[in-house]
Design a protein around this ligand. Structure first.
Ligand code: TRP
Ligand code: ZN
Length: 856
């Protein structure tokens, strides 16, 4: 299959780089197929490299991939180098020396979108994680930090790099970034771009120029992103005391981008879908996501850039913390309960699935073949949960003290999780040895609780157990912060939220002096990323649903009622539980509650969450049955809401000018759920009216999806196409919607038809994901017994892999749940996995993913 054995990198093999770099000068002469990069790098022996002080320094290795060496000199003397696909090795002097070289690269043919590449005639870079080595020869590792000066020569009106501008004339710009940084934070942009400008004055009074650079035509989509940036800058000053540290902060929007965005120092580069927004073209969800991603990348300036990672195993050091910070920001900007509930839904949907399957890995992995495959829900989202638990355990004051110490102690350094935990140990005097298992063990702990009540005493006995995985065959007990409340039968609180600190496999906690037997509200706010088994009666859940003072557990009680109703339908063939239907209606019509919260409360686990639950219980999910049962529940809900839906719709339909704020978007979310019920129950007249009158994308697209699902979709889809065919981001929605609104047995055919559309372009990750991300996310369609979706996805992954390994490999995760299903589906999936693996010259990225998915 492969000729060379894949190389595995281990955390335990880390050694410091033998040199430090005092400065780097780069000179780019841009040309689509023959860009020249000249580099001047000042090396000095690294005093931290202590292998053998008397031995001559080893030969020097510099990473370099797909770069053509034109010439190289050390101290002015031509270099005699050995060059492989991975880099260059050469003898070097024992003291400090200057390396100078020139290479040629081909950005126009760089479809991998890593290194220097072109997008719509514009040059841009993506260097994280290991993309800088595709630009020039360099020690491309995050613990080598240096000061960069970048000169760009090119015929473009806008020439950008990190830091502050030094000189600029027509066709030449020189940039200097005073802050030492690893090469993965380097960025360069050149093109015909328009700037949306603003300023921000920091708390110490420094004025910062802010620019959002976009392609001509996108100027009208900048205002929201700019406001989000300013809000982020202010928030980081107020909450973490972090001020921005350059005179300039630039963001550039790029159409071709593998991920959401990138935190390059002073020059963030964004997928246009993660920054461009207007009411007409973006949904409320888009606005919220954009606000969060802008905050995320901005927050990286301290957590990631000023303090970076020693090696890529420490990725969660910057990502977990930065996700945690951006979730705090969103909670402050919008509704904290809604944010927490949405985050948990996302965590359970993506991270728990990852932890349950063959891709399970610790928050800090110990080995990898391709680091790009570890930008995962586990590193990001579970990594953020771990920070949240730490904060819960030590308390807010100690948390901010410890983080302050982290910033002062480690500014300018490349750090490890050990450094991070040490500031908490020193601040609080706690021993975090056991807590560290959250970073080293894969798998989601299962937590169960038994209750007993005698006289005035409640005893809660907790048991924890983490299923073994290939990554962690022998998991040990974790430190689990369990936020607990107790609610009396009359609905009053017997106990304000208290944190129980569980450290053992089994542990009891007693509560005395109680007046009556309370209902326990366990894991409030989802205080730990565990699967909780708490055998409450439906009556007790209904009690929590009504009386819990913790909004998360209130939602959870309803969610569990919905889950039980669905499981009864699946396992016993019962009808949708009338108690659940009525409880949902009661919440949805409760005008004292926030519409956004009501929207979240009208829900029940979807097919993929149910598949996870069934697999967990040792049962084999049947996707067809899950679809039928989901349809049955939707129909019953639509029937239950027959009178209420039009009323709620009319009361909360937003007619004021569009604002992307939490209040309006909560109302639109609620009315759009009602629109779904109305359309299902009484046809698409209301949806058609909303579609025709909509002045914003949230209402337009939700109406369109109802028309396509329940009416005659063709005319509306055609009208939508005509209106938006020139807007790339809206067209992504048009592509995706047709897949997700198809019937399960037709979705693969729809996707296949769409790949033949003139506007389909598999080289654009957003468009590729619009179609195939929608297909993979549509459980009943992706796992339809005809196997058509498996085959279609495999066909296209084989096409995409040689062009863009990173996006191909990420999409492979669609296959990660194969073990859940019946033997027929398993065989079908594995046949496709093997077919992809048998492709000649398959990328390291995709090979690693599929090999891990198959299992040993
Ligand atoms: N560091 C980026 C973030 O989380 C993620 C990212 C952007 C990335 N582009 C990438 C990771 C390419 C790997 C490869 O904000
Ligand atoms: Zn990040």
């Amino acid at each position: 299959m492969r000729d060379a054995a894949p190389k595995t990198i281990y955390l335990s093999d880390y050694t410091p780089y033998p040199w430090t770099i005092e400065s780097v000068d780069l000179h780019f002469t841009l040309d689509p197929h023959a860009t020249r990069v000249r580099s001047v790098i000042r090396f000095a022996p690294n005093p931290a490299y202590v292998e053998d002080p008397d031995a001559p320094l080893p030969t020097m290795f510099l990473h370099g991939e797909k770069v053509k060496l034109i010439w190289a000199e050390i101290e002015g003397i031509p270099v005699d180098a050995t060059i492989t696909d991975e880099g260059l090795t050469t003898a070097v002097p024992s003291g400090p020396f200057t390396w100078e070289a020139e290479v040629e690269i081909d950005p126009a043919n760089n479809t991998a979108l890593e290194g220097l590449y072109m997008s719509n005639g514009m040059y841009c870079t993506q260097c994280e994680a290991e993309g800088f080595r595709k630009i020039t020869y360099y020690p491309d590792r995050p613990d080598v930090m240096s000061v960069f000066t970048v000169t760009i020569e090119g015929p473009h009106p806008v020439l950008l790099s990190n830091g502050n501008p030094v000189t600029s004339s027509k066709h030449l710009a020189k940039w200097h970034d005073p802050w030492p940084k690893p090469a993965y934070l380097l960025a360069l942009v050149a093109g015909e771009l328009i700037s949306h400008h603003n300023t921000f004055t920091t708390k110490s009074g420094r004025k910062v120029d802010l620019n959002l650079y976009v392609r001509p035509g996108d100027e009208g989509k900048c205002a929201f992103g700019m406001e989000a940036l300013k809000a982020s800058m202010k928030w980081d000053e107020e909450v973490y005391g972090r001020e921005y540290d350059l005179d300039l902060f630039n963001i550039v929007a790029v159409d071709d981008f593998n991920m959401g965005a990138m935190e390059n120092k002073g020059l963030n580069i964004f997928n246009s879908s993660a920054v461009l927004a207007s009411p007409e073209t973006s949904t409320d969800m888009n606005f919220e996501r954009i606000e969060a991603i802008i905050a995320h990348e901005y927050f990286h300036n301290w957590t990631g850039n000023r303090i970076t990672c020693r090696d890529w195993f420490q990725l969660c050091l910057k990502e977990g913390l930065t996700v945690y910070r951006d979730s705090q920001f969103t909670s402050d900007m919008r509704s904290a309960p809604v944010k927490r509930i949405s985050d948990v839904i996302d965590l359970r949907g993506r991270q728990f699935a990852e932890d349950q399957g063959p891709l399970a890995h610790p928050v800090r992995p110990e080995s990898f073949q391709e680091i790009n495959n570890f930008y995962t829900a586990t590193v990001y989202e579970k990594g953020a949960e771990v920070i949240g638990m730490l904060k819960t355990l030590v308390g807010d004051d100690a948390y901010y003290k410890a983080v302050e110490l982290y910033f002062t102690r480690h500014d300018g350094q490349a750090c490890t999780i050990e450094d991070w935990l040490a500031v908490f140990e020193e601040t609080t005097g706690r021993d975090l040895t056991q807590f560290k298992r959250w970073y080293s063990q894969a798998g989601t702990p299962r937590l169960s609780v038994e209750e007993s009540f005698e006289l005035d005493t409640l005893t809660l006995t907790f048991t924890q157990h983490t299923p073994p995985s290939a990554a962690t065959p022998n998991p040990e007990p974790q430190v689990i912060p369990i936020a607990l409340g107790l609610i009396y039968p009359d609905g009053t609180e017997a106990l304000e939220t208290r944190i129980l600190e569980m450290t053992k496999a089994e542990q009891s906690f007693r509560f005395t002096g109680l007046e009556d037997q309370p209902v326990a509200s366990i894991l409030r706010g989802f205080s730990a990323p565990v699967v909780l088994t708490h055998n409450l009666s439906d009556a007790d859940r209904a009690h929590l649903l009504t009386h819990d003072t913790d909004p998360f557990n209130r939602w959870e009680a309803g969610n569990m009622l919905g889950r039980n109703a669905m499981l009864a339908m699946i396992r016993e063939g019962t009808a949708p539980d009338p108690a659940f239907l009525q409880a949902t209606k009661a919440i949805a019509t409760d005008e004292t509650l926030d519409p956004a919260f009501r929207d979240l409360m009208i829900g029940w686990p979807g097919p993929s969450e149910l598949a996870t639950v069934l697999h967990e219980a040792g049962e084999v999910p049947d996707p067809e049955q899950l679809f039928e049962v989901s349809e049955e529940m939707r129909n019953a809900m639509a029937e239950t809401f027959a009178d209420a839906a039009p009323e709620i719709y009319a009361r909360h339909n937003v007619t004021e000018p569009y604002q992307p704020n939490a209040e309006q978007s909560g109302k639109r979310a609620l009315t759009n759920v009602m629109l779904a019920f109305i359309s299902r129950h009484s046809g698409t007249a209301t949806a058609q009216k909303q579609f025709d009158n909509a002045d914003n994308m949230t209402q337009q697209i939700s109406a369109l999806s109802q028309i396509v699902r329940h009416g005659d979709g063709a005319p509306a889809l055609a009208a939508f196409y005509d209106q938006w065919k020139d807007d790339r981001l809206v067209m992504d929605k048009w592509f995706g919607l047709q897949v997700s609104c198809s019937k399960p047995e037709e979705a693969a055919a729809t996707a296949q038809r769409l790949t033949g559309h003139p506007d389909f372009n598999h080289k654009n990750p957003n468009r590729f994901r619009a179609v195939f991300g929608a297909l993979a996310a549509y459980h009943d369609a992706f796992h339809h017994k005809n196997g058509a979706a498996y085959t279609l996805l495999a066909d296209w992954l084989i096409i995409l892999d040689p062009l863009n390994p990173q996006t191909t490999a990420r999409m492979c995760s669609a296959f990660q749940t194969w073990k859940r299903y019946d033997t027929d589906r398993q065989a079908k999936i594995l046949a496709e996995v093997d077919r992809i693996l048998a492709t000649p010259n398959l990328s390291r990225d995709t090979t690693e993913m599929l090999t891990r998915i198959k299992g040993a």
